[in-house]
Structures are given as C-alpha cells and as structure tokens.
Design a protein around this ligand. Structure first.
Ligand code: DMJ
Length: 456
C-alpha cells in the first residue's frame, strides 16, 4: 500500500512540479519554500532513497538523471543550514550508500563544502541561515537575542561525520566535534539543554527546553552518533543518557487519566503541552534502551511504549484519526489540541516513525494496527487527485486542505510505513541509522576502516 501511495505522490509531483521543491496538490503547481533558498528539487533529493528501497527503478533512474543534470549549488541563495543538511546532504548520502552511484557522493561533498562558512562564528557554533554564494551567515531574527537553535546546530553530526569519511577531509567532523566541546563546557540548568545558544558569546539564550520543535533532533543525534560509531563514541553516549535522566526528572509527567507525556520547560515552569514533533521520542527511547545504564533497558522500552500510546491517543481523539500539531494536558483535556492554531496536520512522520521503531523492537502487533489506522486516515482525508495534502483542522467534519505535499512525506512518512510492514532485515538497525529526515546512513563498523560494502 505504501508503494501505491508513493507512486501517487511521486507521479503527481512529476506531473505538476518536476524540478521544483514541493508540490501543491490542490492547485497542481510547484511550491517553493524559502528554507531552501533557490536550491531546487527538494522532493527529488528527499525521495531518492525511498524510491530505491521500494524498488521503483524507473523513478529512481529519472531522479538520478535530474540530479546529474540539474542539481546546482552555485546559486545566490540564503538557506537554512539545518534543513539543507538533513534533506539534501542526508538524501544524497543515503542515495550514494544504497546505490553506489558516484554522482551522489560528489554532490553531497560539494554541498557540504558550501555549508562550511556557517561555522565562521567566534565559538564555531554555526549560524542558522547562510548565503551559500557570499558565505555570510546570520540567525533567525526571532531566536532569543541572536541565538542559534539547539535542534539546528545539534543535527549536523551524523551527516558531517559521513562527509569526512567519504571525502577524506577531516574538516567536517572537526566542526561538529567542536559543537560537542562547546556544549560540554557549559553549565546546564538542572542538567537540561536550553533551546537557544548565542554563537558569539557562547552563552545560553532563554532557558526554554523542548524535546519537540527547537530541541528534538539534538537528542536523537547524540544517541545515533553513538550507534553509528559502532558504539565507540562514548561522549555521545554519556550526553544522551545524562540528558534522558534530566528529561525524565523535569519534563516527563503522567496525566490523571494515566497518559505519560513530555512537557515543555520554560525557565523552571512546565507548559503541559506536547508537540507532534515530540512523538519521535517514543522510538528514540526504545532504540536507546539496549545501551541504557544500570539495568534500565526495560524501563526505557516501557517509557517508549507509554509515549507511543499517548501519541496514538492524540490521533484517536480527533475526528480524522490524524494527530494535531500540538496537544495539551490542562484545562480538563488530555491529548487534545485546544487552540485553533494547533489543530493542523501537515503529513508529519513522527508518530508513524515511532510505531516502526516500537514494532521492530517489541513485535507487539498493535503497532502495525495503529500504523494501518494512519494509512486509512491518510487515504481518506489527505489523498486528493493531485497528490497528498495536509489538513487545517483534524477535529473538523470536513477537510480543509492546506495544499502542500511536504517533501518529508515522501522521505519519511511513506518510508517508515513501508518499513513498518516489511521484514526486519530490510535496513537492519545493526547496520543502519536513520538521520532525522529518515535517510539511512551506514554504521561505521570498527573493523572496516574502509567500508564500501553495502549491507542492506
Ligand atoms: C522533518 O524535516 C524532520 O523529521 C525534522 O526532524 C522535523 N520536521 C520534519 C518532519 O516533521
């Protein structure tokens, strides 16, 4: 089924928006997001590995040809360093490791080099935004007095380690190891990492902490850096398990109805709200269970399972059976969005991603059942003639489509659905870690210093 869904999403992108970043499935034209400046083809690069894994050979071939002929980084564009890294660098790296085609390696390294000027700050903590022609960087104007964002500069590690591995140039890995160093030198309030860090002063901005937006994939990459290093990156491991300990103490709560959730922390005060983005943490806790210190393996699996149940409830308590952008545990509600501007669903993957991890790690059939509920809901409410669209209000009786087919729908949502219903030996966890955009990167095994053989 996810293969049919991929075909529908891809064919319509091809028909109406080929070469542009994303598809507007209602108005049947291209959609350009300023996250990528005028780098083009986000959907193509994001979808390459999904096409490969689903064995859509014709489509993979035309995507590869587009990359060869048209993917161009010599443009005057101000881009989001984080978004371009996770989608473009990550997408190209995976396409290379899966297919062995040199063009993807070359383009990934070329793009990595374009991103390097972002690290030219007094501390080496990179800017959020970079003009890849002039090399001038800056931060989002809204981010706490000129700060960089934890989830942005903390989500470069996996890709940059691979860029050094594939180019033989240590500079990429050095840049991300320096980020670690800066973080390790700083005092952390209650052991927590604030979402904002000023790249000039090297001091934290506002003490807001989140496992959802602005924080999320920083934690994910600590764990995955350790796993990707064949469990040699002890520093990443320690930072991950210490962070989880602080998160459990200060952010994780249980509602009166018995639902475990992860709240947001604002200078010591809790906001009892959980984002859709935060739902990835169910899978993360389960994935990290195996390495958990002091006999906590079972506990981390259980924590993952409880978060997953809560996120499933956030879907089940809507009219459309797809979850809202954020849901609350206050004012007499549990796992329900109460504000109009939090009721939308933009084809996000995190809940399905977590079902996939929980399924692989426990084989409890309920995760496939819940995944199937999501497939039915996507088909019923998001599928339109011209592709798949997000929804403005998942509690409404009638669909109001937002007219965007996000590139992560093809790279993540559909790939995780496909894996959820595949055997465990397709991209097995011993050999692959997924970047935060669901692009698989191989574990760098200790004994194969020069590893090129692809374990699929
Ligand atoms: C994706 O780009 C990545 O999963 C990122 O980590 C968070 N936001 C979207 C999906 O929701």
């Amino acid at each position: 089924v996810s293969l049919q869904m991929m075909k529908h999403a891809w064919d319509n992108y091809k028909r109406y928006a080929w070469g542009l970043n994303e598809l507007k499935p209602i108005s049947k034209q291209g959609h350009s997001s300023n996250l990528f400046g005028n780098i083009q083809g986000a959907t193509i690069v994001d979808a390459l590995d999904t096409l490969y894994i689903m064995e859509m050979k014709e489509e993979f071939k035309e995507a590869k040809e587009w990359v060869e002929k048209n993917l161009d980084f010599n443009v005057n564009a101000e881009i989001s360093v984080f978004e371009v890294n996770i989608r473009f660098v990550g997408g190209l790296l995976s396409a290379y490791y899966l297919s062995g085609e040199e063009v993807f390696r070359k383009k990934a390294v070329e793009l990595g080099e374009k991103l390097l000027p972002a690290f030219n700050t007094p501390t080496g903590i990179p800017w959020a935004l970079l003009n890849i022609k002039s090399g001038i960087g800056r931060n989002w104007p809204w981010a706490s007095g000129g700060s960089s964002i934890l989830a942005e500069f903390g989500t470069l590690h996996l890709e940059f380690v691979h860029l050094s591995h594939l180019s033989g140039n240590p500079v990429f890995a050095e840049k991300v190891m320096n980020i670690r160093k800066v973080l390790n030198r700083l005092d952390k309030p209650e052991g927590l990492y604030p979402n904002y860090l000023n790249p000039s002063s090297g001091q934290w901005g506002q003490h807001h902490v989140s496992i959802g937006g602005l924080g999320d994939s920083f934690y994910e990459y600590l764990l995955k850096a350790w796993l990707m290093s064949d469990k040699t990156d002890e520093d990443g491991k320690k930072m991950y398990y210490d962070a989880v300990q602080a998160i459990e103490t200060h952010l994780i709560r249980k509602s009166s109805g018995g639902l475990t959730y992860i709240a947001e922390w604002k200078g010591g005060l809790l906001e009892h709200k959980m984002g859709h983005l935060t739902c990835f943490a169910g899978g993360m806790f389960a994935l990290g269970a195996d390495g958990a210190p002091s006999d906590k393996t079972g506990h981390h699996i259980e924590l993952g399972a409880e978060i997953t149940r809560t996120c499933h409830e956030s879907y089940d308590r809507t009219r459309m059976k797809l979850g809202p952008e954020a849901f609350r545990f206050d004012g007499g509600v549990e796992a329900i969005a109460t504000r109009q501007n939090e009721k939308y669903y933009i084809l996000r993957p995190e809940v399905i991603e977590t079902y996939m991890y929980m399924w692989r790690l426990t084989h409890d059939p309920k995760y496939r059942e819940w995944g199937w509920e999501a497939v039915e809901a996507l088909e019923k409410h998001c599928r339109v003639d011209g592709g798949y669209s997000g929804l403005r209000d998942v509690y409404n009786n009638h669909e109001s489509h937002d007219d965007v087919q996000q590139s992560f729908f093809l790279s993540e949502t559909l790939k995780y659905l496909y894996l959820l219903f595949s055997e465990d030996d397709l991209l097995p966890f011993e050999h692959w870690v997924f970047n935060t955009e669901a692009h698989p990167l191989p574990v760098l095994h200790r004994d194969d210093g020069n590893k090129e053989e692809n374990q699929k």
